[in-house]
Write a protein that binds this ligand. Structure first.
Ligand code: C2E
Ligand code: C2E
Ligand code: C2E
Length: 89
């Protein structure tokens, strides 16, 4: 692959997430709320999550990490750049 720089971070757009229907975003929103609580990080417009958290979320959504990443990009909560983070798995 072309040298595109370091693996991008997985950055969840929290405002966008809150606009999505519960049946889609509910599990993601609960997971994110847990991380915010553990960090004491409640005031951001975005939240950076761990690569391994995407694996856990994929299990929760019963999808592959790559499929879930596409879904999150479609919903607008992840930047398309995030595809490269999943390629790094
Ligand atoms: P922990 O995993 O034992 O991490 C302890 C502290 O190390 C964290 O405190 C943070 O200051 C730092 N730290 C660990 N890994 C990273 C990292 O990849 N990047 C950065 N910037 N700092 C890191 P903090 O933030 O108060 O978190 C407390 C605990 O909450 C963590 O303990 C972990 O158990 C949980 N946690 C927080 N954020 C996440 C997350 O995004 N994913 C997961 N799976 N757990 C998280
Ligand atoms: P970055 O990681 O590219 O984040 C850019 C901005 O996005 C941050 O600006 C912050 O406004 C927002 N942001 C990203 N992730 C989170 C998150 O998990 N929670 C919240 N509340 N906001 C988030 P900021 O805070 O001025 O930081 C600028 C840069 O400084 C960051 O760029 C990063 O490179 C570094 N930085 C700040 N805090 C930490 C930290 O705890 N650990 C590490 N390793 N770098 C940090
Ligand atoms: P970051 O802080 O810029 O960290 C980038 C990568 O460096 C992390 O990717 C992880 O592989 C490694 N790293 C940084 N700090 C630590 C550490 O204390 N212990 C270990 N074992 N590795 C560390 P990762 O895990 O995919 O995390 C991506 C981003 O998610 C982090 O970027 C940070 O913005 C956020 N994050 C992850 N875990 C925590 C946490 O526990 N607390 C906070 N406040 N932020 C976290």
């Amino acid at each position: 692959p072309a040298p595109l720089g370091p693996t991008p971070k997985l950055v969840i757009d929290l405002e966008r997430m809150q606009q999505l229907p519960q049946d889609k975003a509910g599990p993601l929103a609960r997971y994110v709320a847990t991380i915010q609580s553990q960090r004491g990080d409640y005031n951001g417009r975005v939240l950076s999550i761990r690569q391994e958290d995407l694996r856990s979320l994929a299990v929760i959504y019963d999808r592959s990490p790559a499929d879930l990443t596409e879904e999150l990009i479609n919903w607008g909560v992840l930047d398309p750049e995030a595809r490269r983070a999943v390629d790094a798995f």
